[in-house]
Design a protein around this ligand. Structure first.
Ligand SMILES: [Fe+2]
Length: 496
């Protein structure tokens, strides 16, 4: 393995015992380029071509009070595969906030759990006073990686192979874009939403495959909401209004206190992909909150949507957490929230919603073959959660047609990433490809990138490659095929 250190960043982070600043969440402050990654097991298959990108949170500056892992500075990690060889790079995302804090030599913005009045500069996002760290999510659209922030931010672009910084997209709207914008690989479009504390409280937009903003409309809500993800079918986008939001009376006093309103339904906005606010059809469903969706598709009069239903969107405090972190620890624990695989069906003719639990296990962070987005699909891959922690240590593959499932569990002390599906070059069917993940091994104090052959799922990783440094855990990831990147996102593939 050849390794070149590009830059090592120096902040003013103090040593401490914060549960999300140690172990698998130890921040990484070094940027490297590495080629010919050392093989730990198996070999790099010749039939995988593309890049795996993951966004992680690595704070450089000491928090002004209580640190929340989602306050950390965004760092993009890239593992590329082509012709049986693998390379790795990582870069901090050069946000305006990171640049300003590096110049100041200290933290300038209050974090999620801190008093907004502590922010020394105007803030970004729905919350309004925090830094746009662009640290939550990543997609590849129009040939470029686009990183986003869950509280909304401007979005930052990088070359998906070199990780050269390309700044803020020229079309980024006033209220920004939320994490979980979606790329429709069939049309090459980017579908996005944002949300804020001022009416109409949500917008939905479309950027075409030539990188032009071609649609941007309000999705009026009854008040400020906290949507996290969206979904899409061939003809519709699906936005949501869940009964988990900031208490309006306290918000009027400047306090951001989230409550779950158990007597209010979940609401789903189904809008034609180029539709106007008057075209929105609202559907109601059982009260919950959903962090992440899987696929959605049209079937007869119905729209089918898969995701992870939360039984307890506002969980009880975590017992045994460090003082002041009881609430944070519990909101980072998918077991506390009871996240389970679920299917919603919205009947466009009758206006009725039907729901079905698909699995009793605690699962979240689902992935599927994106070439089957908007189509009836068969296979979903969910991450197995570590009880008590925002960490993954296994995967479940579901066959949604037969109800069969297969589970793999990583050895003790190993923690995985969200694992997108990479179709094999010239794939023949839906599960012909690999799940790609980074794994941090706390026993060996190193990180790896692994490939799991989806057709031989239970065999576990068929290839394990050493990364040049131990990376921090984080949130979201994506896979982009080499062919589509080389075509600048203008590749049209035929429907499976
Ligand atoms: Fe997310």
């Amino acid at each position: 393995m050849q390794v070149e250190t590009v830059q090592t960043f120096k902040g003013n982070l103090l040593p401490g015992d914060h549960p999300y600043l140690k172990g698998a969440w130890t921040p990484q402050h070094e940027e490297v380029n590495a080629s010919d990654l050392r093989v730990l097991a198996g070999r790099v298959p010749a039939d995988i071509d593309g890049v795996y990108l993951r966004n992680t949170q690595n704070p450089l500056m000491q928090a002004k009070g209580k640190y929340h892992p989602f306050d950390g500075d965004g760092m993009l990690h890239m593992a590329s595969f082509r012709q049986g060889r693998a390379t790795y790079r990582n870069r901090f995302i050069r946000t305006k906030g990171l640049t300003a804090e590096l110049e100041a030599g200290r933290r300038l913005w209050a974090g999620l759990m801190e008093d907004p009045a502590l922010s020394e500069r105007p803030g970004w996002g729905a919350h309004g006073s925090i830094k746009d760290a662009s640290s939550t999510d990543v997609v590849v659209h129009a040939g470029r990686a686009l990183t986003t922030y869950y509280q909304c931010g401007e979005g930052y672009r990088l070359d998906p192979l070199s990780l050269d910084q390309e700044g803020i997209p020229p079309w980024s709207p006033l209220d920004g874009i939320s994490a979980h914008c979606k790329v429709d690989e069939r049309s090459g479009e980017l579908l996005f939403f944002n949300y804020s504390k001022h009416a109409p409280y949500m917008h939905y937009g479309v950027v075409d495959r030539h990188d032009h903003l071609v649609h941007y409309v309000p999705v009026p809500l009854p008040g400020p909401r906290l949507p996290h993800d969206m979904a899409f079918t061939e003809h519709y986008a699906i936005l949501n209004d869940f009964p988990l939001f900031w208490d309006p009376e306290l918000l009027a006093q400047g306090l951001h206190v989230v409550r779950f309103y158990r007597d209010k339904p979940s609401r789903f906005a189904i809008i034609p992909r180029r539709g106007q606010p008057d075209d929105i059809r609202w559907f109601e469903a059982a009260p919950t909150f959903v962090l992440h969706w899987l696929n959605a598709y049209e079937e007869g009069d119905e729209i089918v949507l898969d995701g992870y239903f939360q039984d307890e969107p506002m969980p009880r405090n975590y017992e045994g957490a460090p003082a002041g972190y009881e609430r944070m620890m519990s909101y980072l624990d998918q077991y506390k929230m009871g996240c389970r695989l679920h299917r919603w069906r919205f009947n466009l003719k009758t206006g009725q919603t039907t729901e079905q639990r698909l699995d009793d296990r605690i699962l979240e962070f689902g992935m599927f073959n994106q070439q089957y987005a908007t189509r009836p699909y068969r296979y979903a891959y969910s991450a197995v959660q570590v009880p008590g922690w925002f960490l993954f240590n296994g995967y479940v593959k579901h066959d949604l047609q037969t109800g069969r499932s297969w589970q793999i569990q990583l050895p003790e002390g190993q923690y995985a990433s969200e694992a997108p599906f990479a179709p094999r070059v010239d794939a023949r069917d839906e599960d012909d490809g690999y799940l790609v993940s980074f794994v941090t091994d706390e026993n060996a104090q190193r990180s790896e990138v692994i490939l799991i052959d989806a057709k031989r799922f239970e065999e576990g990783p068929v290839c394990r490659l050493e990364l040049p440094h131990k990376i921090c855990s984080g949130t979201h990831s994506c896979w982009a095929s080499g062919e589509s990147i080389r075509a600048g996102g203008l590749l049209s593939f035929s429907a499976p």
